[in-house]
Design a protein around this ligand. Structure first.
Ligand code: NAD
Length: 429
């Protein structure tokens, strides 16, 4: 009898270490096998529900028409509407969007918010486009997807190179077609248009809450804990700032151009201020320059890769010297590196938990939009902390109970929840 699980696993054997869909599939397969997931559920859950490809004509400022290729992948709806960002970049690919949409399914399940996973992207170079071109592209992309998105169907959010303004355009375009204002169609909106207080800081704050829990395992206080952060954007910059405020000693931080290091600790507000003014960390006083590659290998208590994918691979995992790895970015560690880190005894806070603060507050935003009643920032932060701490402890408990590493536990916990709901609903086949 055909065994789809074994066939699929063979397909991914000897795969490309840095392909995000293969990285996701490898972890999914390992977790599904450990769980003993039945073949029907396996077949349904490892593939997306829907992949949409759209061609988007845009009138450029020159007067010419350019057609862009865009995607929206809706991975799973078992627990609620699809949820996930939209990215604009020249190297967007369907494989990447598929992987990211699946990660969203598992991430929402790990923090137990009632969404499935989705992700979107347009192949374009936003740096070379005017604001008007970006607006026209966003509006036409939204119009192409109008039947597939909505508060009960699929709720996009910002991702790489999209922001609050992009979400405002999507909300407005959707609302024009619906003939009334529908704020809950996207999250990550400006606060004045139905956004949530605390959303901008939520992912970095979620990383902080996870790290607060993880250092207890090592009997460390924030003051005794040295932290290295890769990336200084929404996740890394805000995460570093919040950790600094809580007394952590942030000894290194970087952006795409490289990093700075001071073993005595950096003045993070001054660093971020300098970066904003100078658009580079170069020549920041009282710190040494360090490459992004060397930064990852600094001896520290907490390493937080908060920039991009595939930073810790089979090539450098052996030289990573942290106690705790807090994955602020999506997919910063490859599956081959997982095993090396595990053998070294590094405690990993996997991305689908560590950076889930963003989707958690997106969920709060969606709830507030649907209630039409908006919470104070302190309420948002307190509810986020409650969710992140509970999810962290549930994950650790699950890992101990099943005698698996935290990454496998995160996937198992997520798959278990989605499988349970799918089984209860039944497969309409
Ligand atoms: P961002 O654009 O605000 O910041 C990215 C930072 O990484 C910048 O400092 C940039 O200079 C740096 N960077 C980019 N490429 C790099 C490279 N190759 N090497 C080193 N540094 C590099 O992005 P962000 O929103 O902070 O997202 C960072 C990561 O976190 C991404 O993987 C994203 O998918 C993930 N994430 C973000 C959120 C969110 O709410 N923003 C939520 C969940 C996950």
């Amino acid at each position: 009898m055909a065994n789809p699980m074994a066939d699929e696993m063979r397909r991914f054997k000897g795969s490309d270490e840095k392909n995000p869909f293969e990285a996701m599939s490898e972890r999914f397969d390992r977790a599904a096998q450990t769980l003993g997931l039945d073949a029907d559920l396996y077949a349904v859950m490892r593939v997306p529900s829907r992949e949409i490809k759209v061609y988007i004509p845009v009138r450029m400022d020159t007067g010419h028409l350019q057609v862009f290729e865009g995607y929206r992948v809706q991975h799973n709806f078992a627990r609620g509407p699809a949820k996930g960002g939209i990215r604009y970049a020249p190297d967007v690919s369907l494989d990447e969007v598929k992987a990211l949409s699946a990660w969203m399914t598992w991430k929402c399940a790990v923090v137990n918010v009632p969404f499935g996973g989705g992700k979107g992207g347009i192949i374009c170079n936003p740096e070379q486009m005017s604001l008007g071109e970006l607006e026209r592209m966003t509006r036409r992309y939204t119009a192409e997807l109008i039947d597939f998105i909505g508060p009960d169907k699929d709720v996009p959010a910002p991702d790489m190179n999209t922001n609050e303004q992009t979400m405002a355009w999507i909300m407005d375009t959707y609302s024009m077609h619906a003939r009334h204002t529908v704020t809950a169609v996207v999250t990550g909106k400006p606060v004045a248009l139905g956004g949530s207080l605390g959303r901008r800081e939520a992912t970095g704050r979620g990383v902080l809450f996870c790290v607060n829990e993880a250092i207890k395992r090592y009997k460390l206080t924030p003051e005794q804990t040295s932290v290295v952060v890769q990336g200084s954007g929404n996740v890394g910059g805000i995460g570093a700032q919040l950790m600094h405020e809580q007394g952590y000693k942030v000894i290194a931080i970087s952006d795409v151009g490289g990093g700075i290091h001071n073993p005595a600790g950096l003045d993070i507000p001054a660093v971020l201020d300098y970066l904003q003014k100078n658009r580079t960390l170069e020549d920041f006083p009282k710190a040494e320059r360090i490459s992004n590659k060397d930064l990852l290998e600094i001896e520290c208590d907490v390493l937080a890769p908060c920039a991009t994918e595939n930073q810790i691979t089979s090539e450098n995992a052996d030289r990573i010297k942290c106690k705790i790895l807090a994955e602020g970015a999506n997919g910063p560690t490859t599956p081959k590196a997982d095993k090396i880190l595990h053998d070294k005894g590094i405690f990993v806070i996997p991305d689908i938990l560590a950076n889930a603060g963003g989707v958690t507050v997106s969920y709060f935003e969606w709830v507030q939009d649907r209630m039409g009643y908006f919470w104070q920032e302190s309420q948002v932060n307190a509810r986020l902390e409650e969710k992140m701490v509970a999810s962290f402890n549930e994950l650790c408990h699950y890992a101990t109970k099943h005698e698996v590493d935290t990454r496998t536990a995160a996937y198992m916990l997520a798959i278990d929840r989605v499988a349970y709901d799918t089984r209860m609903r039944g497969i309409y086949a």
